[in-house]
Design a protein around this ligand. Structure first.
Ligand SMILES: [Zn+2]
Length: 184
């Protein structure tokens, strides 16, 4: 190898990775700071309700093997599984066309027809516990981003694919959840 690689600095090829670029980047902390906030910075995360289906697969009493579940069930609200809900704060984006991959997320909202109204990608903190089949509700929020009470659900999304994103140590950094809009 000649000096062509580094005309100003002798034979050495400049390092790509060094102390100032890695390897100590803490992606989980960066994510939490950005989405959940830190100090006086409130974070970009929006409050949503995550409806988690029973992880052992416990069905609601309304469920029947042949006729399924009653959509009028006042207990499970037609989910057919027992579930619990918890508040999560996450970042919400929409996607181009019919695509449902992280590579096509958009940074800005575009008119209907350009983006797909019925697909979304949600980024959730590592402390959340999403799973495929769960539901996510967007909630009516006030100007400060806090939920109105009583809670008003304005959109329902089904988690169709849940992926973990990890940092170098293998520690969970955040969740990437691909969602489809559902009627409710
Ligand atoms: Zn039920």
């Amino acid at each position: 190898m000649g000096k062509w690689f580094n005309p100003g600095g002798g034979d050495a090829i400049p390092p790509i990775w060094n102390a100032s670029t890695s390897p100590t980047a803490d992606l989980r902390k960066e994510f939490d700071d950005l989405v959940l906030g830190r100090g006086s910075y409130p974070g970009i995360g929006v409050f949503m309700l995550l409806r988690m289906m029973d992880r052992s697969g416990k069905r609601c009493l309304c469920w029947n093997e042949t006729r399924g579940s009653s959509t009028n069930c006042s207990y499970c609200k037609g989910e057919s599984f027992q579930w619990t809900e918890e508040w999560v704060r996450g970042w919400f984006t929409q996607t181009f066309g019919r695509s449902l991959t992280g590579a096509t997320q958009m940074e800005t909202l575009l008119p209907p027809g350009i983006f797909d109204h019925d697909k979304a990608i949600m980024y959730l903190p590592a402390t959340a516990n999403p799973a495929t089949g769960d539901a996510m509700f967007r909630i009516r929020l006030n100007a400060e981003g806090k939920p109105y009470y009583p809670i008003e659900r304005i959109e329902k999304w089904r988690c169709v694919n849940v992926e973990d994103r990890r940092q170098e140590s293998g520690e969970l950094a955040f969740w990437l959840v691909l969602c489809e809009r559902v009627e409710f």
